[in-house]
Design a protein around this ligand. Structure first.
Ligand code: RUB
Length: 299
């Protein structure tokens, strides 16, 4: 078993979490396997690379940041002439994509920090590395604010958020997911991450995001979504639905009573009219502009 297969298992088991982290680790794994490949011909190498990319891409279906990166690597390797050049092209493309991801999050932090004002209460859901980057940059920029984070059932990613904020010395209060509406009246900004954005501007993020955004609309609290443009999913432009991962119901209740039916979707869709702005590395935009950027980026 290669590094890609092992990484796919770790992604599936949620040992690697968050869209950005999943994409980064997935591409690093594919690059390592490409470098170490024992294939003897360019054709055999491509077959091997495609199979590994498929394992990674299907580990969690709602992850266009990973899928887009894998597609670029495959395309670059395919276009190169001969085995050695193909291997090098795959490694180069994976490195370039992860470097682009790094500069995108730095830019999002720089831009997003300005949306946090002194005295703000910022609410967040789940654990998003780009939301974390914005909050830490706002703190570094001298802003004083506090955060309310949901615990994020069933896997409690909110605990990762809380721990990271405590380490960064940003005041944080944790609430249960169902208390979000209760606390929304006192929030100035709801800041969420994204796993995917569709061509119509729907944001797909951790389950529960949609109802928290509804609570924000009711309370007239601004909603911002930190989102690198490589999370824009071109398959939606071509008409496909963004697939929503459905996880094992044991995450909800490990030993349920016999006969109980449960459902455990990992993500939900929030319509663009519930989101005031997307903070991308290209600037603050309306979610309704996602389709235009997607067309430019992936045409
Ligand atoms: C994580 C989640 C995050 C997004 C964005 O879900 O929904 O909000 O992935 O994260 P899971 P980032 O824990 O199921 O992977 O900004 O780090 O890409």
């Amino acid at each position: 078993m290669g590094i890609s297969e092992r990484t796919a298992i770790r992604i599936k088991r949620l040992e690697i979490q968050g869209a950005r982290n999943i994409a980064k680790k997935g591409l690093e794994a594919l690059a390592a396997d490409a470098r170490a490949s024992k294939a003897r011909t360019g054709k055999a190498f491509m077959k091997e690379l495609e199979a590994k990319a498929k394992k990674l891409a299907t580990a969690r279906p709602t992850e266009p940041a990973l899928r887009n990166g894998l597609n670029i690597v495959l395309k670059e390797a395919q276009m190169a002439e001969g085995l050695g050049e193909s291997q090098r092209a795959a490694v180069r493309a994976a490195k370039a994509y992860t470097a682009e991801m790094k500069s995108a999050i730095d830019e999002i932090a720089r831009i997003g920090s300005k949306r946090i004002r002194n005295g703000d209460t910022v609410m967040t859901h789940c654990h998003s590395s780009s939301v974390m980057a914005v909050l830490k940059k706002a703190k570094a920029d001298g802003r004083k604010f506090s955060v309310v984070c949901t615990e994020t059932r069933p896997r409690f990613q909110g605990r990762m958020t809380a721990k990271e904020l405590l380490r960064a010395k940003i005041p944080v209060t944790m609430i249960v997911d169902s208390a979000a509406r209760r606390f929304m009246n006192n929030a100035d900004l709801l800041l969420i991450g994204a796993d995917a954005v569709t061509s119509e501007g729907f944001v797909i993020n951790k389950i529960g995001t949609g109802q928290i955004c509804l609570a924000a609309q009711e309370a007239k609290t601004m909603v911002g979504c930190t989102c690198e443009t490589f999370k824009f999913d071109p398959i939606t432009l071509a008409g496909d639905w963004e697939p929503i991962e459905v996880r094992d119901t044991k995450e909800i209740w490990a030993k349920p009573p016999k006969g109980l039916r449960m459902r455990n979707p990992a993500f939900d869709l929030t319509p663009p009219d519930l989101i005031d702005f997307l903070i991308t590395e290209e600037g603050v935009i309306s979610p309704f502009e996602a389709g235009i950027i997607m067309r430019e980026k992936y045409a």
